[in-house]
Ligand binder design. Sequence first.
Ligand code: MOS
Length: 728
Amino acid sequence: MKFTTAATTNPIDRQRYVGQPLDRIDGPLKCTGMAPYAYEHHKEVPNAAHGFVVGSSIAKGRIASVEIEAARRAPGVLAVVTAANAGKLGKGDMNVAHLLAGPKVEHYHQAVALVVAETFEQARAASHLVRVKYVEEKGKFDLAAEKDKAVKPTWESDPPDSKAGNFQRGFDTAPVKLDATYTTPDQSHAMMEPHATTAVWEGDKLTVWTSNQMIAWCVNDLSKTLNIPKDKVRVISPYVGGGFGSKLFLRADALLASLGARAAKRPVKVALHRHLIFNNTTHRPATIQRIRIGAGRDGRITAIGHESWNGNLPKGSSEVATQQTRLLYAGADRMTATRVAMLDLPEGNAMRAPGEAPGMMALEVAIDEMAEKLNIDPVQFRILNDTKVDPEKPIRKFSERRFVECMRMGAEKFGWNKRNPKPGQTRDGRWLIGYGVASAFRNSPVMKSAARVRLTGEGKVIVETDMTDIGTGSYTIIGQTAAEMLGVPLEQVEVRLGDSSFPTSAGSGGQWGANSSTSGVYAACAKLREQVAAKLGVKESEAEFVDGTVRTGGRNLPLAQAAAGGELVAEDTIEFTGGLDKKNQLSTFGAHFVEVAVDAVTGEVRVRRMLAVCAAGRILNPKQARSQVIGAMTMGVGAALMEHLVVDKRLGFFANHDLATYEVPVHADIPHQEVVFLKEEDELSSPMKAKGVGELGICGVGAAVANAIYNATGARVREYPITLDKLI
Ligand code: MOS
C-alpha cells in the first residue's frame, strides 16, 4: 500500500483499541521471567557452549602475533577464534570499525579473540591465557585538540551545511547578540541487557538469537561479514532488554558467536560483559557547539547560526546536533554546519535522538541566555519566535505543529508564573530553588514496513513482522492495530515479532518504529479485510468488522466463517512515496519544565519535579507512550547531571566503563514526573496518524535542567554534565 495523500477516515479512527491505555500484552511474560532474552534460549538450544571475548588493550596499531595454544589447552576449551584463523571476512554496511581486529587495531577493546569453552567460567579463565603482542601507534583522542582539523562529512547523505539569507550580515547588524560555546561529553547507552547472541549452524545455515533493534540490517551485515548468502542467515530477536541505539547494528557478539559456533562445531553463546561494552560497541560522541543568535529589541530572532563538531573514526558519522536549529525558530538569516574530527576512540554512533538530544542541550540554553539578555520571559521568547513553515525553505509547512500550545499548557500546569526571573532568589531552607524550561523537538521519520496477517478457522488473528520490541511496547500497539482493523478482541490476536523469516519491518530506530510498523500492519489488515469480504460475497466497503463478526446488509457472520475453508493470509508493505516531504515537514514538538533544588553549600542538585507536554500525532497507547516519555526524561536528567564517558587522552579509551562509574539516574531520583499529550491526529504522517515520542521525550530535558540550575543559583554552566564542582 502506498501512502501518498492525507489519510481519510479509516477503521483505526474508531479507537476501540488503538489510542486506549491498555496493559502490555507481553507484560506478564516479562514480569515472570518467561520472556527469553538472547542469552536464554535454553529451550531451542540446550547444548550451547560459552564464548568469551578478548578486547584489544591498545587503541591503535597492529597485532604482531597472537598466541592461542595455552588457551586451547586450558580445561573445557573447544576453540579459540582470531582474525588469523577465522577465514576471510567481509565487512557490514553499518559498522565503521571491523568487529574482529587483525592485523589492524582500530580502537581500544576492539575484539581480538573469542575463547569458546564448555562453561562461561572456563572460557573466561582461558581468555587470560591468550597472549597478544601489539605494535602500538600514536592515536588522536582529544576532540578539542583536533577540532580545527575537522572536515565536512561528505560521506553522509544529509548535507552537513545549510543556510538561508545572509547569516553574517544579519548577526553583525543585530542589536542584541549571543555568541556562546557549549560542550556535551561522550555518552554510553547503558541499557540493561548486554549485547548477547546464541548462534547455531545447521550445515551452511546460520541461526542467531540476538538482541537487535533492526533485524534486516543484522541479516545483511552478517551475510556480508561472513561472506554467505542472506537466505542462509536467520536472525531472531523476540525480546530486547533495551537498546537506545546501541543495538541498531550487527556487533561483535553476533559475529563472534557465529564464528565460534563454526569453529567449535557447537552452538555458542556470547554476551559482551559490561566492562567491554563501553569501549567495544558504539557510544554517543562528544560535541563542541557554537551558537550565535541575533535579535531585535522586540525579541524577534533575526539571525541564528549553529556549528557543531564531533570526533569519530574515519568515515564515522557526524552527530548532527544542528538538526533542530534548521527548523525550530523563525529568523531570516541562518546557517548550520557539522564537522567531524578524526579520532581513534571507539566508534561514535546513534544514541537516543542522535543529533537533537545533544543539539537541544546547547540550543535551548542559548535561547534561555538570549531571553535574559532581552529581558523577556523564556516561555514568551520561544512563543514569539515560533514559525509555521520550514524557516530555511518556507515553501515547506509542518504537517502539524502545536508547539505554542505545548508551551502555554505546560507553563500553566507547572505554575511557571511563580518563577522569580531573577536567579538565586528562592530558598527552601538550605536549598536554592529554580525553574527551567526548554522546547522539545525531534523529527519524525517514516520508513517502509511490511507485515503478514493470518485469520485462522477459529477466528484467531496472527500477525507476523520482523519488527522488534526493545521495551517500547511494539507487541501491544501492533496487537491493538490488528484488533481495530479486524474487529476482534485483543485477546484473539497473537503477535509474533523479531524474526527475519517474517516480512521486513521498519525496525526500532529514530522514533519511526511505532508509527511505521503499525502502518505496515494496517496495510496487511486492509488486504485481509478485502479477502474476508470477498469470501462472504460482499465488497470491503459494505462490510463492518466488529466484535469478531462481519456485519453486512443485516447479516452478522462470525469472522471465523470466512476462514472455515482454510486459513486466510494477507501480506503487505506500507510505503511512503508520496513526495509529501517536499511540501511538508514531519516533526514532533513539546515543552519541558523542571524544578530543581541546589544545595547552597555543596552544590548538590536534586530534580524535584518535571513536566513534559508533547504533541506527537495520535498516541497509539497513552500508558506505553507515557512510559517512553518518563524514561526519556530520566535519561535527559542523566545527560544534564551525570553521564560522562571520561576519555583517557594518553591511552585512548573511556576510563569509566561500568555502571558503578558511569552513572545514570533512576526514577527514584525524581519524585514527580508528569506527561501530557495534546490531542493530535497527523493526517500526513501515516494511516495511523501517529508519530514518534520515544526520542522526543529526551530532547530539551538537559537544557531545562541547566536553565533551572541557572535560575536557582545564577551559575551558567555551558559544559555538560553539570556536576557540583562546576557550581561551587
Ligand atoms: Mo535510535 S538512537 O535510532 O535507536
